[in-house]
Write a protein that binds this ligand. Structure first.
Ligand SMILES: [Fe+2]
Length: 645
């Protein structure tokens, strides 16, 4: 009996982590024969877990979702303690700081873990009023991160003492650290630390730039704890070294009720603060600007951010050296050594760091969907904006929407999974600006010098006759190819070609090709980029499943087909390629990486695929083409002609 119940706990831990099957379902009909099945499962699970721990690619599961926080019980112990220091953070203006946490437990175990809560008070008094008070759990909100107590403290189980370091970012509330036993599935709260807090938790932080609706407009969006009633947000900006002016900013937020499903609506909810966007207009092309974020309090004093800078966009069609970075599916990771997090999105920090290193040679970044993989754990969006701040505060950081931003069943997403964890697009649409007509419909066009980008939203219907299809055609048709020779199509899911057998053994999304290939061909799209499949692959110039050009790396002359590039290896767990060899797949790499496009002038374009691990180029091709080559008549790509003279 004792053995059975011990086994039961083990099985729960597994199911809790992998499938979240509630306890009563597991207990029903438990018999000796099912015990044997369970024993086999336990063996397989232990084998699988042990195996996956040695895989660098991670398991693709949001670590916070492994914690069954609503099952937590109080077992506070007088001899257990957690102490955190320093108590006051950001005394020198920092927005991120390391905190040391000393743990002592009278009955240490290897599945003891330390949770970081923010706000510091996380008991049931914070549960939403919609909970039935009689049945309300002890804890209603997930931690913002966690580590096991023996992580980097191998003697913890013997001594009961551990010292861990956490890196905290300023995210508008104080923090506390809680020691749990019972693993992630049956948490028992043993001790809670003192609270620690940043000097100004409301400080304006994590600016992200994005192109506005016009070429001479840059938008800056940031996060703060200041409601519009408490302080007036603005940006002070101007040409570097010249007089600075102040421009107002709009303020947005959203509430728990704006979320569509759990966990975003339940344990994953955390107050997101306020999002401010200012529109910096009438910019001079290619000029260096400085800016800082401000909030004017009612007493007339100002709260200021750090100072930042950016280079304004070129005039559409302008002939100058232009660098564009494109990748998808990056996600976030933690720099404080949490193995759980590192295993979740192992390439994310490498990609971020390579881009930071090369930032002087990057003009604009496109992160084409699957942005944070917060999956309904709202706190993770702050941590993502903090991670990309060195990039997004300096160059436009343009995002596309993916399944992990938008999809929730029954909410109008084209695909029916709950990949966004209940966020249903609200986080992505509110925290990042994109020049879409309606930010809930995440399709837009943007110009950057000699490039014209058409960004599609694969999570809404793109098929012929749909609202989005009309937009895509209009966007592609609006490129003036003499001035903007480089026409780029982007979508998160692979609406074109991939060799990864992703769904039902088919390559990519066949409906996407059926609907859109005639547009790519008619409007002579140079390159179509996709994410979602977590690897790198490029095709030949292709139309209707056929290579239309035998050249492999130096394309020149008449356009006759679009090159498809999957660049979904930004950081999330990698995808293998399927067993079928195709003629159209020219280069494949199941590794973390990103693409850099360089337009040297109107006739010469270079694509480089770089690995995130070392920043070196592992694949490349060039396109050399004159205006008449784009105008030339090709199969299904001809303008109508008349015999009249
Ligand atoms: Fe995706």
């Amino acid at each position: 009996m004792a053995e059975t119940s011990m086994l039961n706990i083990g099985v729960y831990s597994f199911w809790g982590q992998i499938m979240s099957v509630p306890k009563p379902q597991m207990e029903e009909g438990f018999s000796f024969s099912s015990l044997k099945v369970v024993l086999l499962l336990v063996f397989l699970v232990q084998f699988t877990v042990a195996d996956s721990q040695h895989k660098p690619a991670g398991d693709g599961m949001q670590p916070l979702s492994k914690i069954q926080i609503h099952r937590a019980v109080y077992e506070l112990h007088e001899n257990a303690s957690v102490k955190a220091y320093p108590v006051l953070l950001g005394t020198k203006g920092e927005d991120s700081q390391w905190v040391t946490v000393e743990v002592a437990s009278p009955k240490p175990s290897e599945d003891d873990w330390l949770a970081v809560f923010s706000p510091a008070n996380f008991n049931s008094s914070t549960c939403p009023s919609t909970y039935d008070r009689q049945k309300a759990p002890n804890i209603c909100s997930a931690p913002i991160k966690y580590r096991f107590a023996n992580d980097s403290n191998v003697d913890y189980v013997k001594t009961g003492e551990a010292s861990l370091k956490f890196q905290l970012i300023n995210q508008r509330a104080d923090f506390s650290f809680a020691l749990f036993s019972g693993g992630l599935f049956s948490p028992k709260l043993l001790a809670v630390s003192n609270a620690v807090s940043f000097v100004n938790p409301k400080a304006p932080l994590y600016p992200r730039l994005a192109q506005g609706k016009y070429w001479d407009e840059m938008t800056v969006t940031w996060t703060s704890g200041y409601n519009i009633i408490e302080a007036v947000p603005f940006v002070e900006w101007g040409l570097k070294g010249e007089a600075q002016i102040q421009s107002p900013a709009g303020t947005l937020t959203f509430h728990r009720e704006s979320m569509c499903a759990p966990p975003a609506r339940t344990v994953g909810w955390r107050d997101p603060g306020f999002f401010h966007t200012s529109f910096l207009k009438n910019l001079w092309p290619n000029s260096l600007y400085t800016y800082k974020l401000g909030h004017r309090l009612s007493n007339g004093s100002n709260i200021w951010s750090k100072s930042y800078h950016f280079k304004s966009s070129p005039y559409p069609g302008q002939d100058s050296l232009q660098h564009v970075v494109i990748f998808g599916d990056m996600g976030k990771a933690e720099r404080d050594g949490s193995n759980e997090y590192n295993a979740y999105q192992p390439g994310s920090l490498n990609t971020t760091d390579q881009l930071i290193k090369d930032l002087d040679n990057i003009d604009i970044v496109f992160h084409i969907g699957d942005i944070t993989y917060a999956n309904g754990y709202i706190s993770q969006w702050d941590q993502f904006t903090s991670q990309v701040e060195p990039i997004a505060s300096v160059v436009p950081y343009m995002i596309a929407s993916g399944n992990h931003e938008r999809d929730v069943p029954g909410t109008g997403s084209f695909y029916d999974g709950n990949d966004s964890g209940g966020e249903c697009g609200v986080l992505a649409e509110t925290m990042f600006y994109v020049p879409a007509e309606n930010r809930a419909k995440f399709w837009y066009s943007t110009d950057y010098g000699m490039f014209h980008f058409c960004i599609a939203d694969s999570e809404h219907d793109w098929r012929e006759g749909s609202e989005q299809y009309k937009f895509i055609e209009k966007c592609l048709a609006s490129a003036d190819r003499q001035k903007q020779p480089w026409l780029i199509f982007v979508a998160h899911r692979v609406l074109g070609y991939t060799s990864s057998s992703w769904r039902d053994g088919s390559f990519g999304e066949p409906m996407g090709r059926e609907s859109l290939q005639k547009l790519w061909q008619k409007y002579k799209v140079d390159i179509a980029f996709f994410g979602h499949v977590h690897n790198y692959e490029r095709t030949c110039p292709i139309y209707q499943n056929q290579c239309v050009n035998t050249e492999k790396s130096h394309y020149s002359g008449t356009f006759n087909g679009t090159i498809h590039v999957v660049v979904g290896g930004g950081g999330s767990h990698l995808t293998d390629f399927g067993p079928v060899q195709t003629t159209w797949s020219l280069f494949r790499d199941s590794d973390f990486g990103f693409v850099k496009l360089t337009a040297f002038n109107h006739s010469s374009l270079l694509l480089e695929y770089k690995k995130s691990s070392d920043g070196n180029v592992y694949d490349s091709f060039t396109i050399s083409r004159d205006y008449r080559d784009v105008l030339a008549c090709v199969h299904d790509g001809c303008e109508p002609t008349t015999l009249a003279t």
